[in-house]
Design a protein around this ligand. Structure first.
Ligand code: ATP
Length: 326
């Protein structure tokens, strides 16, 4: 018997959101290489969680362990209350998994592929028809339902892959690099499909990617992986706040852009440092120093060509972890 996901009632009587994925010390070694190193992770029901990291960081290995497709060398996991090592079939039944390379039958139509999946999952013919129509509709492939997958573009295949995952109405969906190789419009479309499906069907989503902007757009929280270790995790705004260390960052470009001018900017009250960056200067400061900077430029008769307070986004967070620079 599989336990339901951990849900509890707090002392105030409110229901705590159940934990859907829980990993404790999860580790995978391939010989001398530790692909995933003591991963501790908790993902709650309804969250869209982004697993971020460069190639080889351990994202796919983590996904394979969580979905019962490979055994950990140490540690343990619970996915929807089930143990992927001891109850892999239970996990596979309840988790919708879209691998990096979607496996589809080229000689079958889109509908034929989904019917095959429905059949494998023991879904009756009438219910299968209903679910297939709904899934094709959701991913915008209703008009191509009868076309053979052989004729599908990469974007259409990815969308059909999502439909295939939705057929069994999973409460957790795991997507490994779903937007890899798509053009920008295809990426946007696929992300919208994932976001809408997650919200409307109350699904939890674990999404791996190394494409930052898309993760930033749809994920509630992210985990940053580096060489098998989770080096940071949390809502993007929180990670950004930690990274900013209470300082604001302003980009400024002016003429003449001499070292003397930079030294003058450094003397403005509140400014902590001024560093050159992409033909501009990056000014770190306590509080909003934009008016002070603008005044200084005008008073000295220089011309100001650019002034912008920068929001810390995922790009800065990522660079900080992977290149050691904010
Ligand atoms: P990518 O974005 O390139 O898929 P990833 O973050 O998903 O990268 P993994 O595929 O999990 O990374 O790989 C983590 C490390 O484990 C890599 O160094 C990889 O070479 C190694 N690895 C993965 N699978 C195996 C395997 N079956 N045998 C040996 N080494 C492996």
């Amino acid at each position: 018997m599989t336990a339901p996901p951990a849900a509890s009632v707090t002392s105030e009587g409110t229901r705590e959101v159940p934990i859907v994925i829980e990993a404790t010390g999860l580790t995978k070694r391939y010989g001398d290489l530790t692909a995933v190193d003591h991963l501790d992770l908790r993902i709650r029901e309804g969250e869209i969680f982004g697993l971020l990291g460069p190639n080889g960081a351990g994202k796919t290995t983590t996904i394979l362990m969580l979905t019962g497709l490979t055994e950990p060398s140490a540690g343990e996991a619970r996915v929807l209350g089930a143990d992927p090592v001891r109850e892999p079939l239970e996990v596979k039944r309840r988790v919708g998994y879209l691998p990096e390379h979607v496996a589809l039958y080229d000689e079958l139509s889109a509908r034929g592929n989904l019917a095959f999946t429905a059949d494998l999952n023991g879904i009756g013919a009438a219910e299968a028809r209903h679910r297939i129509d709904a899934a094709l509709d959701r991913v915008g492939l209703a008009v191509s339902a009868e076309r053979k997958v052989r004729e599908f573009s990469h974007g259409m295949r990815q969308r059909l892959g999502i439909a295939d995952v939705l057929i069994k109405r999973p409460s957790l969906v795991v997507l490994d690099e779903p937007t890899l190789g798509l053009d920008p419009v295809g990426v946007e479309e696929l992300l919208d499909i994932i976001l809408t499906a997650a919200r409307e069907e109350r699904m939890t989503v674990l999404l791996s990617s190394h494409q930052l902007m898309q993760v930033q757009r749809i994920c509630d929280r992210v985990g940053i992986f580096s060489a098998g270790k989770l080096v940071a995790s949390g809502p993007i705004a929180e990670l950004a706040e930690q990274l900013a260390e209470g300082l604001t960052v302003v980009e400024i470009a002016l003429s003449p852009a001499t070292p003397e001018a930079a030294a003058e900017l450094r003397r403005i009250p509140g400014v902590v440092d001024v560093t050159p960056e992409d033909g501009m200067w990056r000014v770190r400061a306590h509080g909003d120093v934009r008016s002070g900077l603008a005044r200084a430029v005008v008073q000295r008769g220089w011309s100001l060509t650019h002034l912008r307070q920068r929001d810390f986004g995922l790009e800065e967070i990522y660079l900080r972890y992977f290149e050691g620079q904010p």
